[in-house]
Design a binder for this molecule. Structure first.
Ligand code: 13P
Length: 269
């Protein structure tokens, strides 16, 4: 079993990566790891995540209350947001919050990441919705994020940044990196005349690969109401993502398909 001290060191390493890659400025961002049902390690508030040592890391309970912290360190001001993710997603073992430049620009412009433009983003993330703006450190952000938690493994925070979570610290960090890479490519391809999106059938094949690999986490590939109805799943519904392919469209398509099948059956008899 990995010791608590070792996990603290890993949090410091990920903090360095986030800082060195420019995914946060100054003292921004926060990271947490679940170590048992009622014990979580988290970064302290108000320090640069690029220069932490294990003594900086605080331990809190499921309510975000301090179990252990060295003098001068208090848990992240966003601990409530982290705790909401753990509460509503028992599969999650780590949460990473950052302000990566391109993803945050999309969050500020109010544009969710829903266009299927590259295989890796389609397989790993599906689409990335925007949770409505909330004042940092209050219950407003956890409340805004809550409705997306059952459908996605990453969300943008309106006018603020991005949040990613997964079943390990490294995987949560990788999701954040993927969100930023996706946002950057989407931004650049928009400058080059607009992205050529993958076709529906190309997206379906990528979803098949995701299912075959048995990848963990939530994803429109597994949750799309079309898919549940035995129809091809759309890229961006996954419920509430704000993408072009709304649930309403999915419903219309479903009604059309049912009508077609009924008509077919009637023709046969
Ligand atoms: P903390 O330093 O309190 O974790 O806050 C940083 C931040 O990015 C708030 O959104």
């Amino acid at each position: 079993m990995v010791s608590e001290y070792e996990i603290k060191k890993q949090i410091c390493d990920i903090g360095k990566r986030i800082y060195n890659r420019g995914m946060v400025a100054s003292n921004d961002g926060n990271i947490s790891v679940k170590i048992s049902d009622n014990e979580f390690l988290c970064t302290p508030t108000g320090v640069s995540k690029g220069f932490m040592t294990p003594e900086y890391i605080c331990k809190v309970d499921a309510e975000g209350k301090v179990i252990q912290a060295y003098a001068g360190f208090k848990p992240s001001s966003e601990i409530k947001m982290h705790m909401r993710v753990y509460k509503e997603r028992p599969d999650v073992k780590s949460v990473v919050h950052a302000h990566p430049m391109y993803a945050t620009a999309f969050a500020i412009a109010g544009i969710p990441l829903t266009q299927p433009i590259m295989p890796e983003a389609v397989i790993a993330l599906g689409c990335v919705p925007i949770a409505e703006y909330g004042t940092p450190s209050t219950e407003e952000i956890p409340n805004a994020v809550s409705k997306y938690l059952q459908h996605f493994d990453a969300v943008l925070l309106e006018n603020h940044g991005a949040l990613a979570y997964s079943d390990s610290l490294l995987s949560a960090y990788h999701k954040m990196e993927s969100v930023e890479f996706y946002a950057q490519l989407l931004y650049l391809s928009k400058q080059l005349g607009g992205p050529k999106e993958l076709s529906d059938s190309q997206v379906q094949r990528l979803y098949e690969i995701r299912r075959k690999f048995g990848m963990t986490g939530k994803h429109p590939a597994d949750l799309c109401p079309n898919n549940k109805a035995g129809l091809p799943s759309c890229h961006s519904c996954g419920n509430n993502c704000g993408g072009n392919c709304s649930t309403a469209k999915a419903d219309n398509d479903l009604v059309a398909e049912i009508t077609r099948r009924v008509m077919e059956q009637m023709g046969k008899h």
